[in-house]
Design a protein around this ligand. Structure first.
Ligand code: AMP
Length: 204
């Protein structure tokens, strides 16, 4: 172990050995903020598929050119493409100790592909944190974020589409994970620190 590794380990917190997690919730629920905090605290990478895709668009890579129109419209990119991207990321050495997935999986097909790949690796998901925020509140939060972040898909009409896609494609994942005994619902309404504390408590 070199010096920087031991320093990083000293700052790492653990929670009953839980280090492979998904944050599930609608756009604007605060997944990105909470995933980043939790990843920092657990010392594992924060893997945010939306950020990976937006970066590819900004860099103009082949992946970025393929997905750009879909992101702009608030549509999902094809399962095979995003599954491949995430599995490549999870196989990187820094994710060997765990990871926080944010924005993935978003469809049943993605969830099944993830489960099967992780079970092949002998590293199954341990918890799926469901951040619960009422729909009228998430729409307002995204409207506020659009003014600040200038995301092309934070326009009001596109937000409505993204919320519809969430309801039809992603919301059913709660039942999928509940039936597998890994779903942990957490109230996502309130100050960031308070929600972070609820998530931490829920991991115990
Ligand atoms: P996000 O930042 O998580 O809201 O993602 C922004 C956009 O990236 C989404 O509206 C989709 O177009 C695309 N995207 C991100 N994650 C996924 C995923 N797991 N499956 C399909 N499309 C995704």
């Amino acid at each position: 172990m070199n010096g920087s590794e031991s320093l990083r380990d000293m700052g790492r917190d653990t929670r009953a050995g839980v280090s492979r997690l998904v944050l599930l919730g609608p756009p604007g629920a605060g997944k990105g903020t909470q995933a980043a905090r939790l990843a920092d605290r657990l010392g594992v990478p924060h893997i945010a598929t939306g950020s990976i895709l937006r970066e590819a668009v900004d860099l103009g890579t082949p992946l970025g050119r393929d997905v750009r129109p879909l992101l702009d419209a608030g549509d999902l990119v094809p399962d095979d493409l995003i599954v491949k991207t995430v599995l490549e990321r999870i196989r990187q050495p820094d994710a060997a100790e765990g990871f926080i997935l944010d924005g993935f999986p978003r469809t049943l097909g993605q969830a099944e592909a993830l489960d099967s790949a992780l079970s092949d690796l002998g590293r199954p998901l341990q918890r799926v944190i469901q951040l619960r925020v009422p729909e009228d509140e998430v729409a307002g939060r995204i409207a506020g974020r659009g003014e600040v972040a200038h995301r092309s898909d934070d326009r009001e009409d596109i937000v409505a589409d993204r919320l519809r896609v969430y309801d039809t494609e992603t919301a059913p994942l709660a039942e999928y994970y509940r039936s597998r005994g890994v779903l942990v619902p957490v109230d996502g309404v309130g100050p960031i620190d308070e929600v972070a504390r609820r998530i931490w408590d829920a991991l115990a």
